[in-house]
Design a protein around this ligand. Structure first.
Ligand SMILES: *[C@@H]1O[C@H](CO)[C@@H](O)[C@H](O)[C@H]1NC(C)=O
Ligand SMILES: *[C@@H]1O[C@H](CO)[C@@H](O)[C@H](O)[C@H]1NC(C)=O
Ligand SMILES: *[C@@H]1O[C@H](CO)[C@@H](O)[C@H](O)[C@H]1NC(C)=O
Length: 488
């Protein structure tokens, strides 16, 4: 095994036997390949989605355990000039120019300081001023610091998209706190005009730069001089992004026979209550608010319980259904088919090790959460490309996908409670992801095991919420989960 590449293992005849080794090899490969550091420099006029792209890149990298940070020049500038008007941004205003320059310098200095720690991998410089001379200045600074760079230019000529960005994002910007939204939008439009006067797109004369030009977020992508592995992964990610309105529905399979017996893993059928959930799912989806005439695709794992849960949906709506091996439940190796009490009894050290570090603990002959995230990466790429998708999968997989969208950290995500018979709807917004939960009034056992317990799967309290009630509503990007009941 030692001399085999991940691909050799992948292509081996006995996939099942080699599966765990493959992901292990991939995990090691990915962590080695990520050794370098890189600075992404955002380029583009205001309201072209630069902050949105920066946020998504950071979220994606952190989810794959690559340390990333955003250095927003606007934030530094705001410390000196909290509520500037459009005139401040006129290139001919020397006061404004001085303040903006100082902000850029402070942001770059902080960024380079952050990069002194080799554990920190990707710095994202989110700045607005986008002239050739400013790029040259940044390029020279980075060369001097021997730091790899990649300029990411976001261009946008779709007026509707720009207007949506202005209204959606900028009326909530800290620059405009407490101002009339219409006035704020007008001032912001004027500010953009100031930038347009001096804006220079990346062109032929800058061939020495590594860059990616993204037009209308994901519509067209031009790439120059991409060199290393991390850069190409980032470019692939940027190529897949889009900002069309859409939602992602996430659900575990209905209660299974194994759930009833408290066993993990396996490939059991649904219980009779699980089948009831499958039957009710079309109704639950409708109550969650289906997009009008927009196509929806159903993804399941290759295991019977998710397939059976999707049956009612496919029958009712006739949507396209895809089965993904990558959506199969976390492989519990030799513990497959056991109850937590049996594991604690037969493998006490393993049981404790898993409690101590659930994200990194790898079952004997099976997987860890970290391994699962690596195999889910293609799913995340495909999700970024896709529009409306309903994913019916398993507890650990729901946790990992949810953690990606909501930026839940690795110590917490494996402990998240993901009840059975509950549909989640995730809707990406300009700032963060909105979450709604819809609980079916069909009881099920709770499969949630708190740290340090071998709690048998127990009957969850009688479902007392009405079908389709929003039980929680929150936003990603680090914002607090707000509780909001009774809407919808
Ligand atoms: C952008 O940067 C250049 C060079 O530093 C400067 O001359 C120009 O005034 C700046 N423009 C804006 C709109 O900030
Ligand atoms: C699952 O259901 C099918 C069809 O009803 C049945 O043939 C099969 O034996 C069941 N499997 C188990 C493990 O109960
Ligand atoms: C999934 O369900 C369909 C019917 O909806 C069935 O034809 C197919 O055999 C099932 N596949 C698996 C792997 O259970």
């Amino acid at each position: 095994m030692a001399n085999q590449s991940p691909l050799d293992v992948y292509l081996g005849n006995d996939w099942t036997r080699h599966k765990a080794d493959f992901w292990r090899a991939m995990a090691d490969h990915v962590s080695q390949a990520d050794a370098g550091q890189v600075v992404l420099v955002m380029v583009g006029l205001p309201a072209r989605g630069k902050s949105l792209i920066s946020g998504k890149v950071k979220r994606y990298l952190q989810w794959t355990s690559v340390k990333a940070e955003i250095f927003n020049v606007g934030k530094y500038r705001r410390e000196g000039t909290p509520h500037p008007d459009a005139k401040f941004f006129d290139a001919g205003n020397p006061e404004g120019e001085k303040a903006r320059r100082a902000a850029a310098e402070a942001a770059v200095a902080d960024m380079l300081k952050w990069l002194k720690d080799p554990a920190n991998k990707v710095a994202i410089l989110d700045a607005t001023n986008s002239t050739k001379s400013r790029r040259k200045w940044i390029y020279e600074k980075l060369e001097e610091a021997r730091m790899a760079h990649c300029f990411v230019e976001s261009k946008c000529d779709d007026e509707e998209l720009i207007m949506a960005n202005i209204l959606d994002v900028k009326t909530t910007s800290p620059d405009y706190v407490g101002q009339n939204p219409e006035e704020a939008a007008r001032d912001f439009r004027d500010r953009i005009k100031m930038y347009e006067k001096v804006y220079q797109t990346i062109d032929e004369s800058e061939k020495h730069l590594t860059y990616v030009k993204v037009t209308n977020i994901g519509h067209q992508v031009v790439i120059n001089r991409i060199q290393d592995y991390l850069q190409s992964r980032l470019v692939y990610f940027l190529t897949n992004l889009h900002i069309k309105p859409r939602s992602i529905w996430l659900s575990r399979h209905g209660e299974s026979e194994y759930n009833l017996e408290g066993k993990i893993g396996g490939d059991a059928n649904l219980s009779s209550r699980g089948f009831q959930y499958a039957k009710m799912l079309p109704e639950l989806l409708r109550r969650s608010g289906l997009p009008k005439d927009a196509p929806l695709t159903v993804w399941t794992s290759t295991l019977k319980r998710t397939n059976q849960t999707a049956e009612g949906i496919v029958e009712e709506f006739g949507w396209e259904k895809l089965q993904w091996k990558a959506l199969d439940e976390l492989d519990s190796g030799t513990c497959d088919g056991m109850t937590y009490a049996e594991i604690a009894d037969q493998y006490p050290e393993d049981f404790k090790a898993r409690d101590d570090d659930k994200y990194n603990y790898r079952y004997r002959g099976g997987e860890s959460y970290r391994d699962v995230v690596i195999r889910l990466e293609p799913i995340i790429m495909e999700l970024e490309r896709s529009e409306n998708v309903l994913i019916i999968t398993h507890q650990a997989i729901v946790r990992c996908i949810f953690a990606y969208f909501m930026q839940v950290d690795q110590a917490k995500s494996p402990w998240m409670e993901v009840p059975l018979h509950t549909l989640m709807k995730l809707t990406p917004r300009a700032y963060g992801v909105e979450v709604e939960k819809f609980k079916a009034n069909i009881s099920a056992v709770s499969t949630w095991r708190p740290k340090g317990s071998t709690a048998k799967h127990h009957e969850a309290g009688e479902a007392d919420t009405v079908v389709g009630e929003v039980v929680a509503n929150g936003h990603g990007n680090g914002k607090e989960e707000e509780q909001k009941n009774g809407t919808n």
